[in-house]
Design a protein around this ligand. Sequence first.
Ligand code: FES
Length: 288
Amino acid sequence: MSEQKTTVLGNPGFAGETGDFSHLSEADIRGSAYVGRRPPEGREAGAAASYPYQLLQKDPAARLFEGPYRERAEKIKSRYPEPQGALLPLLNLAQEIRGHVDAEAMATVAEELDLSPTYVRGVATFYTMYNKQPVGDFLIQVCTNVACNLCGGDEVMAEFLKAAGTESGEISFDGAFTVIEAECLGACGFPTAVQINERYFENVTTAEVPAILEQLRTERPIRRKPAPVDVKPPEARHGAGKVEVPDDPGAPGETVGPESNPYAGGDRTPPAAARPPASDRPSSEGQG
Ligand code: FES
């Protein structure tokens, strides 16, 4: 590993600008929609530094950690002195690529880190933010915890299910939506809070639900366009340590940051086999 070159906020472990992968910016690692910008209001990409990305563009059958994802996986692994340290970030990356983390993905991550599959499975199943089976293009998480519940969270949840034409935890017939409950989304001052993929919708009422779904249906064909695989040499892709943040990372129709999934594209309508049986639905899974 090369010597440390830069730090961000004085923390050499924070931004990942160290190691042998200086051509990868922090935005490459965390996703450009998550770096350096805090949207002042809802309905845009969140600002969480790292969490399991839930992308519209995903491929449940993609091979993990290939192409640009191999670079990202190697850089993540290079950050930690012990393989366990890279476990959650690699599971996050697996979910970014496939949209879920099933037993096979857990086994792949275990092999990647030379950990036992049982250990990885124990960690992955502890966190409800890892989807254990495929989800629709839009994962709609409706908070039904105390504050949101007092302000109609249950009714908003029911309205989403009705408008999407699906049951909790299942994929809608067109592959567009999966609706689940979440507790809590950390936006308790803006009930009812709803997280849809990477975006927060706040102060949602039942009356707004049809319009939100209509907006998502409008965005869907535009944002599902497969992103071109970046084949330029690394130094041509990114300035060393430079973080490029789009003006509006959450704008409908834009494909930026983690939405640029080179494995994505094609028909996302799930085959019947991809639909989870009712007994396995994550309907009561929360955010923990
Ligand atoms: S109770 Fe809904 S966001 Fe906290």
